[in-house]
Ligand binder design. Structure first.
Ligand code: LLP
Length: 427
């Protein structure tokens, strides 16, 4: 890297060159001028680089990386992972149709989620889904009924709740006793016995997912031990478990966070797996955020500066409907100007146009900005566009995928007509 090129912390493939911000070889300001703002920009090389860390970690193993597409379900993003040989973790019928539309195969999909409907199950069975991750005993019964009625046998894995604290935000912890997810560790053996006796089901594995934005390896090692204990007891009871699915959850660097690298983490987990004699088992994982989070930014324009008695506000054209994480989880996203100004910095709260006091993107940030300036909201590749809404009848943002020196508009900005398309006035 030359002296005039610096990387954006945590964001491989995003660099500053002679003061201007680039995604791979494409200048971000040019994209904002061409497509308008707010605009999500993703780097294909950054996604593939994140995936490569997992692939290195699993080299020589029987493993499948199933991208948890809830993190970013854009068709072109799915296409990147289809072409890279990934499977997918889905949680709805809509996600199933997206994977199929992007060229994915149903057999490479695992279907998670606590509330799958009969219709969704039937469609997934007809498509030839790889596995249902079942989250309750009630669900086992219904799935068996749906499969039998369709003359099929549903491949199932039970999501067990290992009761391990992932030490993350309470809204994104999922493997604790008080969470709605999975079947309790103590109940799992009974559930497996039940599953093995139901006519419409074939047990193919075991699954766990303890939470998201996990930056510590200890909860993973604990969860692995708890799951392997269960594998031993379930198999001793005569129910073989051909695959083990360890879920997703690995965190990214939002604000100096230091999660383990995927290959380092999996090096340790695989050593533990080997030590316990399960090293040759078929493995599945379901990473979402760690594959796409720091492969994307959201570009936004400064509309107004509004000095206040207690706070200075920098009002931008992106809002909580585009980037809901700060409002929902008090999440931190880095903010950087596309072009640096030399003037003195002031402390601002970055807020959007939505009529809610909770509509903020960043708080107490030192910025040197003027109206008309462009900013990049960092770490916006995961759980931003996928959680965007039309609140305040704001159309959802456009999305661009950069590949080397080429930039593709992968989703048009949503128009007012798009928003009203499925509505009807009464006669
Ligand atoms: N597998 C299952 C069953 C999941 O529930 C999730 C995420 C994943 C895999 C992927 O987890 P990841 O690798 O992305 O951490 N909206 C929140 C995150 C919610 C995560 C929900 N489940 C946020 O913006 O932080």
């Amino acid at each position: 890297m030359s002296e005039i090129e610096t990387s954006v912390p945590g964001h491989p493939q995003f660099t500053r060159r002679e003061g201007e911000l680039f995604a791979e070889e494409v200048q971000l300001e040019a994209l904002a001028r061409e497509h308008g703002t707010p605009l999500f920009v993703y780097s294909k090389a950054a996604m593939l680089g994140a995936l490569a860390a997992y692939q290195r970690g699993f080299a020589g193993r029987r493993a499948r990386i199933c991208y948890a597409m809830k993190a970013n379900p854009a068709l072109a993003v799915l296409q990147v992972f289809v072409q890279a040989g990934c499977g997918f973790d889905i949680v709805s019928g809509g996600e199933l149709e997206r994977v199929l539309a992007a060229g994915g195969q149903a057999r490479d999909i695992i279907f998670s989620g606590v509330g799958k409907t009969r219709l969704e199950r039937r469609r997934a069975l007809d498509a030839g889904i790889g596995c249902f991750n079942v989250e309750s005993e009630a669900e086992l019964e219904v799935l068996s009924e749906v499969a039998s009625a369709a003359g099929k046998v549903a491949p199932v894995s039970i999501r067990v709740n290992p009761d391990v604290d992932p030490k993350t935000h309470p809204y994104i912890s999922t493997g604790l006793k008080g969470n709605k997810f999975g079947i309790a560790h103590g109940q799992a053996l009974t559930a497996y016995r039940g599953a093995a006796s139901l006519p419409g089901l074939k047990v193919v594995g075991i699954d766990c997912h303890i939470g998201s934005q996990i930056t510590d390896e200890a909860p993973y090692l604990d969860a692995m031990d708890r799951v392997l204990d269960l594998v031993e007891s379930v198999e001793s009871a005569g129910v073989p478990l051909p695959h083990i699915d360890f879920g997703g959850g690995l965190g990214i660097d939002y604000n100096g966070d230091r999660p383990p690298a995927a290959d380092t983490l999996w090096g340790k987990l695989l050593t533990r797996l080997d030590a316990r004699g399960f090293g040759d088992r078929q493995l599945l994982i379901e990473p979402g955020r760690s594959l796409v989070g720091n492969a994307g930014v959201c570009l936004t324009e400064v509309l107004y500066l509004k000095p206040g008695e207690q706070k200075n506000f920098c009002i931008v054209d992106a809002a909580m409907n585009d980037l809901p994480r700060p409002a929902m989880y008090q999440a931190y996203h880095g903010i950087v100007p596309l072009t640096r100004r030399s003037g003195p910095a002031q402390t601002y709260d970055l807020v959007g146009p939505v009529c809610e006091s909770g509509d903020w993107l960043a708080r107490d940030r030192a910025l040197s900005v003027q109206p008309g300036d462009l900013l990049a909201v960092l770490s916006a590749g995961a759980y931003c566009m996928s959680m965007a809404s039309n609140y305040n009848s704001r159309g959802r943002a456009a999305e661009v995928l950069v590949d080397g020196d080429r930039a593709f508009l992968i989703r048009q900005r949503e128009s007012a007509a798009d928003q009203m398309r499925s509505e009807r006035l009464v006669p």
